[in-house]
Design a protein around this ligand. Structure first.
Ligand SMILES: [Zn+2]
Length: 259
């Protein structure tokens, strides 16, 4: 079965990484049936709230990988929404028009219910691209006391409600959990990817039951997770073969407009 991994972070700049590591990644991935990977960038390199220059450096690296292996890689443009409208719009324009980015990636510079997200919605609408939002089931009361910002599924759901015409991927089914599935159940503009942490028995079946297989996308979050393990979660799930095919490849290909 072909696999399209919507959620990956191949990295070039860190020690021990580089072009030979990328070649090895492609070779080993293809051996597992992965024929396409979508790059989200080295988003953790300089902390959660990066400067415009750091954002551009991440995106240039992703664009470079896509240009080197166009049959294998696509990429999403990483953004820091707190930099404001001008910075957001100009970086998206650059990434889409110059490099062919197919989406926007958001991490933890802010959470998805923040007012600055209106600029992200505008960019997604104007360039007709999808938004992948890092999301994790979180005790938001605790977060409000500290400097750390994390998007809870409820934040992602609010962003989706405010912008029903924007297609949103809520990252990390295995971090959002059952309540994450319920948070976005009534929102047809939200997909969920299968990345996240520990295995949770039955969570993928639960997502398919409540969202339908069409709204679940395979994502690994490599290199911090293992492709073999993550593909195994899908292949071993108690869902139909047709559902697995949609999750592993077809949904991502359709969402990103890849034949
Ligand atoms: Zn990730």
């Amino acid at each position: 079965m072909r696999v399209f991994d919507i959620h990956t972070h191949p990295i070039l700049r860190r020690e021990g990484c580089g072009q030979s590591a990328v070649k090895r990644l492609i070779r080993e991935s293809r051996a597992l049936g992965i024929t396409r990977m979508n790059i989200l960038g080295d988003v953790a390199h300089n902390g959660p709230c990066q400067t415009a220059e750091q954002v551009t450096a991440i995106n240039e690296e992703s664009a470079q990988l896509q240009a080197a292996y166009p049959d294998f890689f696509t990429f999403f443009c990483y953004l820091n929404p707190t930099l404001g409208e001008k910075a957001v719009m100009s970086e998206v324009e650059r990434c889409v028009n110059k490099h062919g980015a197919r989406g926007i990636k958001l991490e933890a510079a802010n959470h998805a219910a923040d007012p600055c997200m209106r600029n992200i919605a505008r960019a997604a609408r104007e360039f007709d691209i999808v938004v992948l939002q890092h999301s994790w089931s979180t005790d938001t009361n605790k977060l409000s006391k500290g400097p750390k910002v994390q998007t809870d599924p409820d934040h992602t759901a609010l962003f989706a409600q405010r912008n029903p015409e924007v297609k949103i991927i809520m990252a990390h089914l295995y971090g959002c959990g059952h309540r994450g599935v319920i948070a976005v159940k009534s929102l047809p503009n939200v997909w969920v990817d299968t990345s996240g942490a520990y295995p949770i028995d039955g969570i993928l079946e639960y997502a398919v039951e409540h969202l339908g297989a069409k709204r679940v996308l395979y994502g690994s979050d490599i290199p911090i997770r293992e492709s073999r393990v993550k593909i195994g979660h899908v292949q071993g799930a108690r869902i139909s073969a047709a559902g697995k095919k949609k999750i592993l490849y077809d949904n991502a290909a359709e969402l990103l407009g890849i034949a």
